[in-house]
Design a binder for this molecule. Sequence first.
Ligand SMILES: C[S@@+](CC[C@H](N)C(=O)[O-])C[C@H]1O[C@@H](n2cnc3c(N)ncnc32)[C@H](O)[C@@H]1O
Length: 303
Amino acid sequence: MDTFTPATPTTSTSTTATPTTATPTTATPGPGSAGAGYIHGYSEREAVRLGDQANALADLLHAGTHYPAGSGVLEIGCGVGAQTVHLVRRSPEARLMAVDRSAESLAAARARVAEHAPGALVEWRQADLFDLPFAEGEFDHVFVCFVLEHLSDPIAGLERLRRVLRPGGSLTVIEGDHGSAFFHPDSALARAAIDCQARLQRAAGGDALLGRRLLPLLRGAGFERPNVRPCTVWADRNRPELMTGFTRDTFIPAIASVRAEALAAGLASAEDWDRGIVELRRTAVGEGSFHYTFFKAVAHRPA
Ligand SMILES: C[S@@+](CC[C@H](N)C(=O)[O-])C[C@H]1O[C@@H](n2cnc3c(N)ncnc32)[C@H](O)[C@@H]1O
């Protein structure tokens, strides 16, 4: 699109992201944003978790996502670049604009892409989804992963994304749904811990069960031909890479990380919480198993 700024290799100077301060800084949250109190936070541990998650799930989540040479692609909420690396590997000749409201995450993303996909065509921009500094119809495609679940008004967020897509352009959205988690050995305390995380996310304005709502959300935001498909993770001893990469290193740490908030909110006693996490960890060893479904949708701006 003519107003899309040509991408510069990730190793060169960024146009707008200048993120090297020690304290996380964020663009001012917009009206439908769940606020700067983003439930997973911006810690080093969370950055590692996002990277593990993206790597463990890359084949599952990125299958079928390829952007043609020269097309302008916006990745919104790129975080520490965990998905960005996979986007540029699969579409090395597309021109990617990676945006996040956190300057610190953008800095980590630039470093990650420089290390894992040197020379990739990525431009970085610090901005809020609700106040995007792009012209109407500027992008051919938009990609958004694990962001809508943190917005208090995901339809308003999707409308902002529709605006920056050219007519006929595509939006790809990937979200989880904690209601799809079941496992062996079953444990009421483990299920309660997962529920605590979902309740905290709801209290922060988000929705950990958003995956199942993608189709009506996309229709409500004016997208055409929304197509949602499940991307199911089944991890047992026959899939040891998922048992470790997903259950042990991605899902359980996301739940365990909200211990302090869950206890402070009175959602669990320390004893029950700790027991729930121990029992959750049993699903990632030996005869344990874990099921989780992500939802991936593709929809289009009306032509
Ligand atoms: C769970 S992380 C996902 C990061 C990345 N998409 C991934 O899958 O690894 C959510 C990211 O969305 C960003 N985010 C949340 N609300 C945002 C908003 N209103 N505008 C821009 N970025 C936002 C956060 O800063 C965070 O980096």
